[in-house]
Write a protein that binds this ligand. Structure first.
Ligand code: B12
Length: 276
């Protein structure tokens, strides 16, 4: 890994902060590899190519910042759930697909978290915003019909993680690809999840661990129950979010971005389609 740059070194070369580097990497725009400890590393050539590709003009970037700001204002505002839903649909229209719009929503949520951490908004503002976003996303999900011919996904969070909005975005991406979804959400005992899988009507489990799931051992313990259960039931297990998922447990596929999720689902569809 001698020729690889750390996030900090890449940030210095690009003239931006480390958060921007991480964000570009997590959005799949800047290729990165991970060390055994899960840290991002960047090839010098990849960074150079990325910076050269940055043909976005200053005004494009300003437009993006304005869009982010508008979304935060919408989420924190006093509008109705329907207004949030409308704003999300406009965003989907601008980006062409939910897996491209979802990272923009994610950025707005991070910004809301930062405003709360800086004391600029209260906890109740954050709760009101999260609840309206969650409801708006549910309405969008339910408005997308599924015909039952696609795979069925169960959406869940590992024990102790109450952050559901990343998972809600995953659900949007799945539904857009025609998959049916079932939501077990937070606080699902892993043994109960396995009971559901034994019914035989689930093909994918998508788990989301937020950045608050920093306890590597707790995630490992969850994975050691759910991982073998998925294998026994022939279910694909995907692990997402910024949580500290163990890197080499042998269970589950670690996906970091919605682009990766979309590519995984597309690949799965192609494999299913090629079967006699
Ligand atoms: C909204 C929110 C809440 C809401 C959640 C409501 C809900 N319905 O989800 C509530 C109020 C419940 C909450 C509670 C808490 N929260 Co909170 N919360 C947030 C906030 C503002 C947004 C969280 C969120 O939805 N993010 C969505 C995205 C942005 O999160 P993500 O997990 O990184 O996922 C991204 C990708 O990885 C991807 N993704 C996610 N899952 C998956 C799955 C797959 C398969 C794929 C492909 C991709 C994918 O999607 C996302 C979008 O890009 C964050 C701020 C932040 N920086 O995230 C704080 C934050 C996560 N919370 C925090 C804290 C401390 C807490 C509490 C401990 C507060 C408390 N004292 O009670 C509790 C913990 C509850 C628990 N046991 O989990 C801290 C965590 C700090 C840390 N490093 O541990 C944060 C970072 C706030 C801060 N700045 O300090 N929170």
């Amino acid at each position: 890994m001698d020729d690889l740059l750390t996030t900090q070194q890449a940030a210095v070369r690009a003239g931006v902060g480390p958060t921007a580097i991480k964000r570009w990497a997590d959005m799949g725009l800047l290729p990165c590899v991970r060390t055994a400890g899960g840290h991002r590393r960047f090839r010098v050539e990849d960074l150079a190519a990325f910076l050269a590709r940055q043909s976005t003009t200053q005004s494009d970037r300003e437009a993006e910042a304005t869009q982010d700001e508008d979304l935060v204002t919408l989420f924190l505002g006093a509008g109705t759930v329907q207004e949030v839903e409308g704003g999300l649909l406009v965003l989907r229209g601008q980006h062409g697909a939910w897996h491209r719009a979802a990272p923009v929503v994610g950025r707005a949520l991070v910004e809301i978290g930062e405003r709360w951490a800086r004391g600029e908004i209260s906890i109740i503002d954050e709760h009101l915003a999260s609840e309206r976003i969650q409801r708006a996303v549910s309405r969008l999900v339910e408005a997308m019909p599924v015909d039952g011919s696609g795979s069925s996904v169960v959406l869940t969070t590992p024990t102790g993680d109450d952050h559901l909005l990343g998972l809600a975005l995953v659900e949007l991406c799945c539904r857009e690809r025609g998959l049916s979804t079932r939501w077990t959400g937070r606080a699902t005992p892993p043994e109960e999840l396995l009971r559901l899988l034994e019914r035989g009507d689930t093909q994918i489990v998508a788990a989301s661990a937020s950045v608050a799931s920093g306890d590597h051992d707790a995630l490992d313990a969850w994975l050691r129950v759910v991982g073998p259960g998925c294998q026994r039931s022939g279910v694909d297990l995907i692990l997402g979010g910024e949580g500290a998922w163990p890197e080499a447990s042998g269970f589950g596929l670690r996906l970091r971005t919605f682009e990766e999720l979309n590519a995984f689902l597309r690949g799965r569809e192609a494999r299913r389609g090629s079967r006699p």
